[in-house]
Design a protein around this ligand. Structure first.
Ligand code: SF4
Length: 233
């Protein structure tokens, strides 16, 4: 099964190429001397239950208002923040969540993301889950893409693809699917390649789902995995 999971990755990578996740405006952060990891934290919250294209509009608004740092975000009135992130949907709830995590990181870590992310993976995971509005997918997206911690992110796209491919996991649970990928990849990917592979793999599964596999009736004819998947169709 490890070979299958690796083959799947290679087919997706050879078909779609590098997805360059998580997308951050590195140039902007260099110019502003701000920490791009906070933009990833913001994006991970804003993308809850919404398409990334909507999140991009909200991020653009925040960028224009120079709200990509913890102190800057905390200086914005919640009402203004709601307006800025409106394109991402659920803006009342998300404004509260952004304020909460910014204020938490400021109080607990003096806004120092290096200190926050230098803790053990499982400690950060538990800490994030204890915060308002942060579930496993958001926590792991933050851990992997902002913190460079080796956790495989599972989302609705991953779950759907897993249900359709002949994988040895039939569970629909977040933890089981995560464990399955992490376990299978651990035997065929060197440790130093684990984090970049997890980052790319998740992004490639999202790409595949959006392009071929999300709808109730998937577009299998032009799917790069059709030869691996045909047993189930
Ligand atoms: S072959 Fe069809 S069901 Fe299988 S992954 Fe591709 S789109 Fe989904």
């Amino acid at each position: 099964m490890a070979t299958f999971v690796k083959d799947l990755y290679e087919i997706l990578f050879n078909t779609f190429g590098n997805q360059y996740w998580w997308p951050v405006d590195t140039h902007y952060h260099l110019k502003q001397k701000s920490d791009p990891r906070f933009e990833i934290i913001i994006g991970a919250i804003l993308t809850q239950n919404t398409a990334w294209t909507n999140v991009e509009k909200a991020l653009e608004n925040l960028k224009k208002n120079r709200a990509f740092t913890i102190p800057a975000l905390l200086c914005i009135q919640e009402k203004t923040l709601r307006t800025l992130i409106q394109p991402s949907g659920f803006f009342n709830q998300k404004a509260q969540r952004l304020m909460f995590i910014a204020s938490y990181l400021q109080k607990q870590y003096n806004g120092d993301l290096q200190e926050f992310f230098s803790q053990d993976t499982s400690d950060i995971h538990q800490e994030l889950l204890s915060l308002q509005g942060i579930g496993p997918e958001t926590a792991d997206s933050i851990l992997l893409y902002a913190g460079n911690h080796p956790v495989f992110v599972v989302d609705a796209y991953t779950k759907r693809i897993c249900r359709r491919l002949p994988l040895s996991t039939t569970s629909d649970s977040y933890d089981d699917i995560q464990h399955f990928f992490e376990h299978e990849l651990s035997s065929c990917i060197p440790e130093k390649e684990r984090i970049p592979t997890y980052k790319e793999y998740h992004a490639l599964l999202v790409r595949l789902a959006k392009q071929n596999c999300w709808k109730k009736k998937p577009s299998c004819d032009d799917c790069p995995l059709c030869t691996l998947c045909e047993k189930l169709l």
